[in-house]
Design a protein around this ligand. Structure first.
Ligand SMILES: Cc1cc2nc3c(=O)[nH]c(=O)nc-3n(C[C@H](O)[C@H](O)[C@H](O)COP(=O)(O)OP(=O)(O)OC[C@H]3O[C@@H](n4cnc5c(N)ncnc54)[C@H](O)[C@@H]3O)c2cc1C
Length: 387
């Protein structure tokens, strides 16, 4: 086996890194995951996500975690409502009988990120995750990687896999190619106990998701299992808008004033999003890697997930990261490659191909979502889908 007596360091304990760690451990590999979070509870995990039959769910199945997934997924949270700026409903999944079942390729069950992360963490051998490991530098010494962390710890590994997301510290050791701004930005926010703090919008969301679209602007609402409501405000704006805006994003009154101006033609029903005054807004300019990106394979380092092929949110990110984990694990453990470099090279080749297709689709999606025809196109897409 290629990985015999090899120490593997996965940097980043997101869905991609954790899936790979689990899959490699099932094959007996020696794996550590170095994660910058101080512990598993330190950070509020983001909104719900849907796993897809041919990628995320396939990885969960291969990892032997389908029972745990079924015990934790959120039935009916995949129900969408599509609206205009006045709350007029143009598409409503709640009107349908059923949202499908496992084994149906169009069934995309939703799970909160926290429980998904817990399932993957609980499946790893004790001591696999090394928390509080914020990597600051990496050095190759005679084909052994020396990894240095902010807390002063140093680890060594034969193979490094960068699964450390959009701002990967591992990526520069693989390629100098940098992400490009997509032209759109999200303001991201979470309202705890939405039934108390945003009752009307909580009721409107009905435990599922809302996309409201008008005049090249979008609002996304998503009900989480803990009773909170995640929302993103998406619009086209300059990359460094936040810096020059003068807004204190910890003060929701200032954000409300901005929203009233920027979304002036939107119904006042949405203003309830700003009623709860403890919320902190996070500004997230959306980036993507260039679609023609390419790098020469190295023999002992590679990337997966957002670190490899970041794109603006397209509903595929977690699924793509988990699919990378599936393919990389397969190549490193199936005995079909002469050496690790060959296994990585084939993995990267397939990954570039998938990225080009997904990247083109995402670019098209960004064009129509942030155009005056966004709502019309979205509704047409929903109507093309099988029930
Ligand atoms: C607002 C928003 C909404 C989204 N919605 C969806 C959705 O609905 N569905 C979907 O599939 N995708 C969605 N995505 C995309 C999705 O979040 C990512 O594609 C996915 O999380 C990538 O997984 P990953 O494992 O590659 O990286 P990440 O999930 O980013 O995980 C990286 C991990 O590395 C750790 N890390 C980072 N830097 C370091 C360091 N220096 N040292 C050590 N550890 C480090 C981080 O703490 C993190 O745990 C969304 C993205 C955004 C921004």
């Amino acid at each position: 086996m290629l990985l015999q007596n090899k120490k593997i360091a996965i940097v980043g304990g997101g869905p991609g890194g954790l899936t790979l760690a689990r899959l490699l451990q099932l094959k007996g590999a020696d794996v550590k995951v170095y994660e910058r979070d101080e512990n598993r509870n330190v950070r509020l995990q983001g909104a719900t996500l849907d796993l897809h039959y041919e990628s995320g769910l396939k990885a969960i199945e291969t990892a032997g975690l389908m029972d745990a997934f079924k015990a934790n997924y959120r039935p009916d949270n995949d129900r969408y409502r599509v609206m205009d700026e006045n709350g007029n409903v143009f598409h409503d999944d709640h009107a349908k009988e059923s949202t499908g079942a496992f084994g149906d390729e169009f069934f995309r069950p939703e799970i909160d990120r926290g429980p998904l992360r817990d399932i993957l963490l609980d499946a790893l051998k004790p001591e696999t995750i090394v928390w509080d490991s914020h990597i600051v530098s990496l050095e190759n010494k005679n084909d052994i990687w020396e990894i240095t962390f902010k807390n002063g710890n140093v680890a060594i590994a034969d193979i490094v896999i960068g699964a450390d997301g959009a701002n990967s510290k591992i990526r520069p050791f693989v390629t100098p190619i940098k992400p490009i701004y997509s032209g759109a930005t999200y303001l991201v926010c979470n309202i705890p106990d939405a039934e108390k703090n945003a009752l009307k919008l909580h009721n409107l969301t009905k435990g599922g998701k809302i996309t409201a679209m008008a005049n090249s602007k979008n609002l996304f609402l998503s009900a989480k299992g803990d009773g909170s409501l995640d929302f993103y405000i998406g619009w086209k704006v300059a990359e460094n808008w936040a810096i020059g805006s003068g807004i204190d994003f910890k003060d929701n009154k200032q954000v409300l004033e901005w929203f009233k101006k920027e979304f002036a033609d939107w119904n006042s029903m949405w203003l309830e999003l700003f009623d709860y005054d403890q919320t902190h807004f996070v500004v997230r300019p959306l980036y993507g890697m260039p679609l023609d990106q390419y790098w020469e394979t190295q023999s002992n380092i590679t990337l997966l997930g957002d670190a490899a092929h970041l794109l603006p949110p397209n509903g595929e990110g977690v699924n793509s990261a988990m699919l990378d984990a599936l393919f990389l694990n397969e190549n490193l453990t199936n005995g079909k490659f002469a050496d690790i470099k060959e296994a990585i090279s084939d993995y990267e080749k397939q990954m570039f191909k998938r990225f080009t297709v997904e990247g083109k689709e995402t670019a098209e999606m960004m064009d129509w979502m942030y155009s005056p025809n966004g709502l019309k196109t979205m509704v047409a897409l929903f109507h093309q889908m099988p029930d």
